[in-house]
Each structure stands twice: as C-alpha cells, then as structure tokens.
Design a protein around this ligand. Sequence first.
Ligand SMILES: *[C@@H]1O[C@H](CO)[C@@H](O)[C@H](O)[C@H]1NC(C)=O
Ligand SMILES: *[C@@H]1O[C@H](CO)[C@@H](O)[C@H](O)[C@H]1NC(C)=O
Ligand SMILES: *[C@@H]1O[C@H](CO)[C@@H](O)[C@H](O)[C@H]1NC(C)=O
Ligand SMILES: *[C@@H]1O[C@H](CO)[C@@H](O)[C@H](O)[C@H]1NC(C)=O
Ligand SMILES: *[C@@H]1O[C@H](CO)[C@@H](O)[C@H](O)[C@H]1NC(C)=O
Ligand SMILES: *[C@@H]1O[C@H](CO)[C@@H](O)[C@H](O)[C@H]1NC(C)=O
Ligand SMILES: *[C@@H]1O[C@H](CO)[C@@H](O)[C@H](O)[C@H]1NC(C)=O
Ligand SMILES: *[C@@H]1O[C@H](CO)[C@@H](O)[C@H](O)[C@H]1NC(C)=O
Ligand SMILES: *[C@@H]1O[C@H](CO)[C@@H](O)[C@H](O)[C@H]1NC(C)=O
Ligand SMILES: *[C@@H]1O[C@H](CO)[C@@H](O)[C@H](O)[C@H]1NC(C)=O
Ligand SMILES: *[C@@H]1O[C@H](CO)[C@@H](O)[C@H](O)[C@H]1NC(C)=O
Ligand SMILES: *[C@@H]1O[C@H](CO)[C@@H](O)[C@H](O)[C@H]1NC(C)=O
Length: 364
Amino acid sequence: MKFSASAAAALAIATLANAAPAPVPSGGVDVRANDTAPVYHTMSDFDFQSLNLALNQEWIELDLFNYGVRTFSEADFAAAGINAEEISLIQFMANQEVGHATLLTNILSAYGRTPAKQCTYAYDFYTVRDFVNFCQRLTRWGESGVYGFLPHLDSRPSAQLLLQSITTEARQQMIFRQLAGAFPMPVYFETGISQAMAWTSLQPYLISCPAENPRIEWPIFPALNVTNDANLLVDGYNAAISHNRTALTAPGKTVEITWEAPKGNISYDGLYNSTVGGNVMNATMPKYVAWISQLNTTYTDFNITGNYSGMTTQPGGVVFNSTDDGVVNGTMFIALTDSNPYVTPYNLSLLNDYIIAWGLYQAD
Ligand SMILES: *[C@@H]1O[C@H](CO)[C@@H](O)[C@H](O)[C@H]1NC(C)=O
Ligand SMILES: *[C@@H]1O[C@H](CO)[C@@H](O)[C@H](O)[C@H]1NC(C)=O
Ligand SMILES: *[C@@H]1O[C@H](CO)[C@@H](O)[C@H](O)[C@H]1NC(C)=O
Ligand SMILES: *[C@@H]1O[C@H](CO)[C@@H](O)[C@H](O)[C@H]1NC(C)=O
Ligand SMILES: *[C@@H]1O[C@H](CO)[C@@H](O)[C@H](O)[C@H]1NC(C)=O
Ligand SMILES: *[C@@H]1O[C@H](CO)[C@@H](O)[C@H](O)[C@H]1NC(C)=O
Ligand SMILES: *[C@@H]1O[C@H](CO)[C@@H](O)[C@H](O)[C@H]1NC(C)=O
Ligand SMILES: *[C@@H]1O[C@H](CO)[C@@H](O)[C@H](O)[C@H]1NC(C)=O
Ligand SMILES: *[C@@H]1O[C@H](CO)[C@@H](O)[C@H](O)[C@H]1NC(C)=O
Ligand SMILES: *[C@@H]1O[C@H](CO)[C@@H](O)[C@H](O)[C@H]1NC(C)=O
Ligand SMILES: *[C@@H]1O[C@H](CO)[C@@H](O)[C@H](O)[C@H]1NC(C)=O
Ligand SMILES: *[C@@H]1O[C@H](CO)[C@@H](O)[C@H](O)[C@H]1NC(C)=O
C-alpha cells in the first residue's frame, strides 16, 4: 500500500484532531492547548529591568572569559594545572555567553526597546589562579541574581528561557571552582539574591557603557569588605574535579569588616548613576550582619570597632536538622543591616530596605 506524503500528513492531522487531549491534572498555568500561546516578551518594567540586568551580567561574562583566554599563555594556564582542553572549555563558556546575550537581547527588544549593549570592563587579577577565582565569584552572583527574581517575573515564558540559560551558568560557576582547586559544590542549595544585591556586586567592574544603554533602575549599596576573608586558592591544590581540603572557615571565626561611607543619593561609581539603596541615607549605623546562603538569611550581632569598621562572628546552624549542611558555606553573601527582619527565599528582596553595605563572603 502506498501513501503520498500529503495523504500521510492529512491522516496525521485528522488523528490529532480526533484525539482526546492528554489528561492534565487541574491547576497549572498555560499548559492546555486552548491557553494563550506563549509570547517571549517582557510584560512589565520589573521584567525589563530584571532581564536587562541579567543581560549586563551575560555581557561581562562574555568579555571576562575571552579576556582570560586571550591574556594568559598556555604555560600560564599549565602552571595553574589547567591544560589545553580545559582552556578550550573556558573558550566554550565564552561562546555560551554569546547565545545567552542573544536570547536576552531578543526578549528585551520587544516594543522597540533598546537592550543593553556590551560595556568595557576593568579587572583586578593578574594570574590564572586569580582569574578563575574571580570567575567563580562573578558567576556566583550572576547565578544567584537570577534565582532571586525568576519566580517573580510577570512573563513566565521569558522566565522559562532565562531558566534554561541560568542552569548553564550554574555549571560554569562549579567548573570555575574546580579550576580553582576547590571543592566543587559545598552547599545543598544555591541561594538567590535580589537584583539590587547582584547589581551592587557587578557595577564596580564597569568602566564605560554605550550611551543608549537603558538606565538600571535597581539601587546599589555601599561596598562591604571582609578584610580577613578566606582565599579560595590554597597552595598545592590546583585544578581538579574535586579536592577534600581542610575547610577555609568555621563557625566562631571572628570576621573583620570595613564598609564604604555613603556618598549621597546617587552613586557615581557605576555608569548608570544608580540610586543608593537601603537604609544608608537614614544615617543609621549597622547593628547586624546578614549571612545569605543556601535557603537561609542568618543574622549575627555587629560590633562597631572604628570608623566604618567592625567585627562579628561566623554563625553555625544547619539548613535542616536532619543534615550536617551548615547554613554558611561556599561563595556567599553578607550584608550590614540596621534591623534583622525574618526573610525567606521568596521574599529576600524585602531585605533591600535595611541594607547598609553589601559584599561577598568566601566561606569555603
Ligand atoms: C479549554 O479546554 C478545556 C479542556 O481541555 C476545557 O475544560 C475548557 O473549558 C477550555 N477553555 C476554554 C476557555 O475554552
Ligand atoms: C562546607 O562544606 C564542606 C563539604 O561538605 C565541609 O567540609 C566544610 O566544613 C563546610 N564549611 C563550612 C564553613 O561549614
Ligand atoms: C579589603 O580589605 C583587604 C584587607 O585590608 C584589602 O587588601 C583589599 O584591598 C580590600 N578590598 C577592597 C575592595 O577595599
Ligand atoms: C572527604 O571528606 C569527607 C568529609 O567531608 C570524609 O567523609 C571522606 O572520608 C573524605 N574522603 C577522602 C578520600 O579523604
Ligand atoms: C536624597 O534624595 C531625597 C529625595 O530625592 C532628598 O529629599 C534628600 O534630601 C537627599 N538626601 C541627600 C543627603 O542628598
Ligand atoms: C550622573 O550624574 C552626574 C551628577 O548629576 C552627572 O554629572 C553625570 O552626567 C551623570 N552621568 C550619566 C551617565 O547620566
Ligand atoms: C571615616 O571614614 C570616612 C570614609 O572612609 C572618611 O571620609 C572620614 O574622614 C573618616 N573619619 C575619621 C574621623 O577618620
Ligand atoms: C561583640 O560585643 C559583645 C558584647 O561586648 C561581645 O560579647 C562579643 O564577643 C563581641 N563580638 C565580637 C565578634 O567582637
Ligand atoms: C534554613 O532554612 C530552612 C528553609 O526555610 C528552614 O527550614 C531552616 O530552619 C533554616 N535553618 C536555620 C538554621 O535557620
Ligand atoms: C534544630 O536544632 C536546633 C538546635 O538543637 C533547635 O534550636 C531548632 O529548634 C531545631 N529546628 C527544628 C526545625 O527542629
Ligand atoms: C517573609 O516571608 C516569611 C514567610 O515565608 C514571613 O514570615 C516574613 O514575615 C516575611 N518577611 C517580611 C520582611 O515580610
Ligand atoms: C528612612 O527615613 C525616611 C524618612 O524618615 C523614612 O520614610 C523611611 O521609611 C526610612 N527608611 C527605612 C528603611 O527605615
């Protein structure tokens, strides 16, 4: 028996039309054939500002990974235990960023809007080891910065696409930890942070941006510096899939912190004249350190010891009592705050209003 191609197609369509829809349990959003077809556009200023921030992050990653591959020789990489195939992996990660930036540009371009174009950047590393360490820190806030807003987007179709790029970024973060000779993933849960937190971490590395780039509407916080922060790089531990090293920090460690004085309502550090956020303009002094990692925001008391300096103690505690998974681990975030509101992963951005300074903490 012989079918023509068009007869086969007609039969297939007839079968489709006659078939009862596959059962879908009640509930769910946009999962039925008669639901609105997905449109991959931003639906609000919140969406635009969130995705455009993510685009700025993709652009710096593209520049950074290429810069590392271009700047260091094979011998430089080899001295850090990174071979030619691993250099190609870093190059491939740069190529992934071209795809991510294209995706976000496409989503953001709807309604004639202008997405951010690539800026120029300044880095402060001079060795391969410091390069891969910086990459694992930068991808940490890139990844966490998206997790913080993804479920809050108005456009679920856009969230779907961004999800599929941020999971790739998560792999990059882990690979850079491996290239730095660290334990690849010391946490059970990857934390999310707010847009303002991610923007605060990103903006010091911008040098100049095209004039047509949209202003970034998220505030930035004064910088926080852990002056006795642990260094992820440990002599004798070069690139590897995993190392069982001695923990870099432990609960009870005295942590010394300095922070930047607020400069006024506007920060001139970045290119976008961001508003200074949080409670810095209320001339309040920090009382707490918020430790943001895994599923938890944990507060410790902050003792002021000098002019824009003070100390606190690294907290203990586990995410779930059924595990030994400490709340403080990995490359994580800390903030100085004047209050200690209870926040959980889905409403962490409410902490923005209480932050006096923001930075990273290298727990392990
Ligand atoms: C969509 O299809 C479902 C069955 O799949 C039906 O129960 C529902 O009434 C339809 N909705 C509309 C608006 O047609
Ligand atoms: C982090 O996790 C690793 C791996 O489980 C563990 O060895 C280390 O002690 C933890 N570090 C801290 C600061 O809790
Ligand atoms: C943070 O403090 C350390 C130790 O004093 C210093 O070496 C480093 O330059 C400081 N970083 C910033 C960004 O101020
Ligand atoms: C690695 O460290 C874990 C504890 O974090 C320990 O249980 C395990 O025995 C260690 N493995 C090796 C090969 O040292
Ligand atoms: C900050 O901005 C607000 C409103 O824009 C203004 O009322 C306030 O005086 C400014 N504060 C400082 C210290 O510039
Ligand atoms: C940022 O603000 C300063 C002070 O108001 C102004 O001089 C400068 O032109 C602004 N820069 C941009 C890029 O808007
Ligand atoms: C305190 O620190 C700020 C910012 O670093 C500086 O501008 C100010 O002069 C310092 N004040 C004193 C009394 O040292
Ligand atoms: C902070 O001050 C309290 C009260 O004086 C003291 O008990 C605590 O040890 C201090 N903590 C740090 C880290 O200095
Ligand atoms: C950490 O967060 C989880 C999930 O919200 C919560 O169940 C747990 O009690 C928290 N642990 C600590 C030490 O706060
Ligand atoms: C977990 O253990 C700590 C310390 O024993 C206790 O304070 C806390 O209530 C426990 N949390 C839960 C959810 O059981
Ligand atoms: C955040 O959500 C938790 C519930 O998950 C709630 O108890 C808490 O009050 C909320 N925090 C703020 C600042 O509203
Ligand atoms: C800061 O002060 C202003 C004016 O007193 C007040 O409206 C605002 O709520 C304060 N912000 C916070 C986070 O307390």
